[in-house]
Design a binder for this molecule. Sequence first.
Ligand SMILES: Nc1ncnc2c1ncn2[C@@H]1O[C@H](COP(=O)(O)OP(=O)(O)OP(=O)(O)O)[C@@H](O)[C@H]1O
Ligand SMILES: [Mg+2]
Length: 277
Amino acid sequence: MLDAAQTTDVQAETLLEVNNIEVIYNHVILVLKGVSLTVPKGGITALLGGNGAGKTTTLKAVSNLLHSERGEVTKGSIKYRGTSVHESDPAVLVEKGVIQVMEGRHCFEHLTVEENLLTGAYTRKDGSAAIQQDLELVYNYFPRLKERRRSQAGYTSGGEQQMVAMGRALMSRPETILLDEPSMGLAPQLVEEIFGIVKDLNEKEGVSFLLAEQNTNVALRFAHYGYILESGRVVMDGPAAELRENPDVKEFYLGMSDEGRKSFRDVRSYRRRKRWL
Ligand SMILES: Nc1ncnc2c1ncn2[C@@H]1O[C@H](COP(=O)(O)OP(=O)(O)OP(=O)(O)O)[C@@H](O)[C@H]1O
Ligand SMILES: [Mg+2]
């Protein structure tokens, strides 16, 4: 059944459709227990939840990166623009315009910032002038990277490395970026800066995002729609503005409630009202 926001937005084309997937690691550990979500064109969709909820696993299932971790999608389907992408090679996804920015912002530490960015263009066949133009586009969004273009990536700050990872993804001219935990380990001001860039890329370049985040507060301020994962299941979803006002989300994920501020950490699962279950 469609809810109000989805019906009003029914024109938005669906890019990614994850339907009831189950993921098992090492043949026995059931981690995703039937996750469904959709990413519309032009949207920022947030996938929220605490440690171990299954956010990274969901993104890796989409981009077919589970095999190297002995993980497997054992049920359900994953479609991009209506075509099944489950079982296809990760490179096929990149060709379709879907690219993942991994958690922990993996850079090639011994390469310079600019060399790292250029590695993101390896699948492109449109020549060096176009690539050069996109390099300038990346520097336009990330002026700090232009300043540090000749620096060895391994010696740049955590925030700069996050920017390198995102800039490298942009160099493949993606339609959709799967962005895993961009706020991790960054100071609040830098988190704002990174999310501000995500918003700009979404609005000005039309890039769609599926954004995995533990930082519910910032993610719900920038995203249009959110899904909350707990122990491998979607326990709630809705337009970001509605989730921000939901009393349970406020109490358990935004650290505030009528009784006063409460940290998510202080809330043991047995104490949760879980009125959504
Ligand atoms: N390669 C693996 N083998 C076995 N279990 C795994 C593997 N990778 C992840 N898991 C388990 O799957 C569950 C979900 O992990 P996942 O990394 O998807 O969570 P997450 O929501 O991204 O958490 P975080 O916010 O800490 O990054 C966890 O219980 C984790 O221990
Ligand atoms: Mg993760």
